[in-house]
Write a new protein. Structure first.
Length: 361
C-alpha cells in the first residue's frame, strides 16, 4: 500500500521534483513583482466592475448575450482575486505552504480559467441560436440565462476542486509533476488536452458562424432597404466575441502546452524557465478583455465613460450646489424606447459629446 503525505509541507514535494521556487529572489525583485501584479490586479478589478455595472445600468444591454458577457467579466474579476492570492503565496513562500493552502492557490486559478472557458462556450451556443435565426439576440429567458450562469460557476468550481477531491499524487509521489508538485501528471495531461480541444472547437464554431453571418448579410443587403447599421449589428457582436476568444486562446494556449509537456514528463523542454512568463500572459488576458469590450462596442464604451464622468461630476456638483439649482433636470435625447438616461446630474449631463454617439448607436 502506498504511503500518503497529506501532513507534509510543500518544500518536501518541491525538493523531490527539483522545481524552481525562486529561492534566489531578492527583496527588490519581490517588491517589483508585487507592485507590477498589484497594478494589473487593480486594473482588472476596476475595469471589469465597470463592464458589469454598464450591463446592469444600460437597458440596451439587458439581453442574454450581454448577461453572459457580464459573467465573463465576473470570471475575469475572480481571476484577479486568484492572482492576488497567488502573489502572496508564490516564490520563496511556495515551499512554506501547507498542502491544503497550495491546493487552494491552484484551485482558484483553475476555477477562473474554467469559468471563462465554459462561459465562452455558452456564448458560442447563444450566438449560434441567434445568428442561425438572423436575430441580434436569442430568445433565452432571464431564468434560463440565470440557470446557465449558475451552471457555469458550478462546473468551474468542480473542475477547480478535482485535484483536491483525489486526482493528485499525494499517495503516489512517483507520478508527481514538476510544475505542480502535488498534481498527478495524468491530471495535467487531461486538463491541458481538454482545454485545448475546447479551444479548437470554439474557434471552428465561431469561424463558421462568422462566415455564415457575412454571407447572409451580403445577400440580404442587396434585397432589403433596412438600416445599414442594424444589418451590421450581428457582425459587430461577432467581431467582439471573436476578438475576446482570440485573446483568450493566445494568452492561455502557451501555458496549457507547457502543462501538457510537464504531464508527458518532458525533462528536456525547459518548462521551468518559461512558466512565469506564461502565467503573466494569462494574467494579461483578464486585463485585455475590458479593453476589447470598450474598443469594439461603442455603446459599452459610451456607458462606461458616462459612469466615470458622472462619478467625477457628482463631486464637483456638490461644491457648486449653491450656485446651481438642484431641481434642474436634463433628459436623454434617446427616443428609441429602449431606456431612459440614468446619468442625470444636477443641472448638467456629463459627457455632452456622447449625445451624438448615442444618437448614432
Amino acid at each position: 500500500m502506498n504511503e500518503c503525505y497529506y501532513d507534509k509541507r510543500m518544500d518536501f514535494f518541491y525538493n523531490r521534483t527539483k522545481a524552481d521556487t525562486a529561492d534566489e529572489w531578492t527583496g527588490a525583485q519581490l517588491i517589483g513583482v508585487l507592485c507590477f501584479g498589484t497594478f494589473f490586479c487593480l486594473f482588472i478589478f476596476i475595469s471589469n466592475s465597470l463592464v458589469i455595472a454598464a450591463v446592469v445600468k444600460n437597458k440596451r444591454f439587458h439581453f442574454p448575450f450581454y448577461y453572459l458577457l457580464a459573467n465573463l467579466a465576473a470570471a475575469d474579476f475572480f481571476a484577479g482575486i486568484a492572482y492576488v492570492f497567488l502573489m502572496f503565496n508564490t516564490g520563496p513562500v511556495s515551499k512554506t505552504l501547507t498542502v491544503n493552502r497550495w491546493f487552494l492557490r491552484q484551485g482558484l486559478l483553475d476555477t477562473s480559467l474554467t469559468a471563462s472557458l465554459v462561459n465562452l462556450l455558452v456564448i458560442a451556443v447563444e450566438r449560434y441560436m441567434s445568428i442561425m435565426r438572423m436575430k441580434i439576440h436569442s430568445n433565452l429567458t432571464k431564468k434560463r440565462v440565470t440557470f446557465l450562469i449558475i451552471s457555469i460557476w458550478a462546473i468551474a468550481i468542480f473542475m477547480g476542486a478535482v485535484p483536491t477531491l483525489g486526482w493528485n499524487c499525494l499517495c503516489d509521489i512517483n507520478v508527481c509533476s514538476s510544475l505542480a508538485p502535488i498534481y498527478s501528471r495524468s491530471y495535467l495531461v487531461f486538463w491541458s488536452v481538454l482545454n485545448l480541444v475546447v479551444f479548437f472547437i470554439m474557434v471552428v464554431v465561431y469561424i463558421r458562424i462568422y462566415m455564415y453571418v457575412q454571407r447572409k448579410t451580403n445577400v440580404l443587403s442587396s434585397h432589403t432597404s433596412g438600416s445599414i447599421s442594424r444589418r451590421r449589428t450581428p457582425v459587430k457582436l461577432m467581431k467582439t466575441v471573436m476578438t475576446v476568444l482570440g485573446a483568450f486562446v493566445v494568452c492561455w494556449t502557451p501555458g496549457l502546452v507547457v502543462l501538457l509537456l510537464d504531464g508527458l514528463n518532458c525533462t528536456d523542454c525547459g518548462i521551468q524557465n518559461v512558466k512565469r512568463w506564461f502565467l503573466l500572459l494569462a494574467l494579461l488576458n483578464s486585463v485585455m478583455n475590458p479593453i476589447i469590450y470598450s474598443y469594439k462596442d461603442d455603446e459599452m464604451w459610451a456607458t462606461m465613460k458616462r459612469m466615470i464622468c458622472c462619478s467625477s461630476e457628482d463631486k464637483s456638483q456638490e461644491r457648486r450646489s449653491s450656485r446651481i439649482p438642484s431641481t434642474v433636470l436634463c433628459r436623454s435625447t434617446d427616443t428609441s424606447g429602449h431606456y431612459i438616461e440614468d446619468g442625470i446630474i444636477q443641472g448638467t449631463i456629463c459627457g455632452k459629446g456622447d449625445l451624438g454617439d448615442k444618437g448614432n448607436s
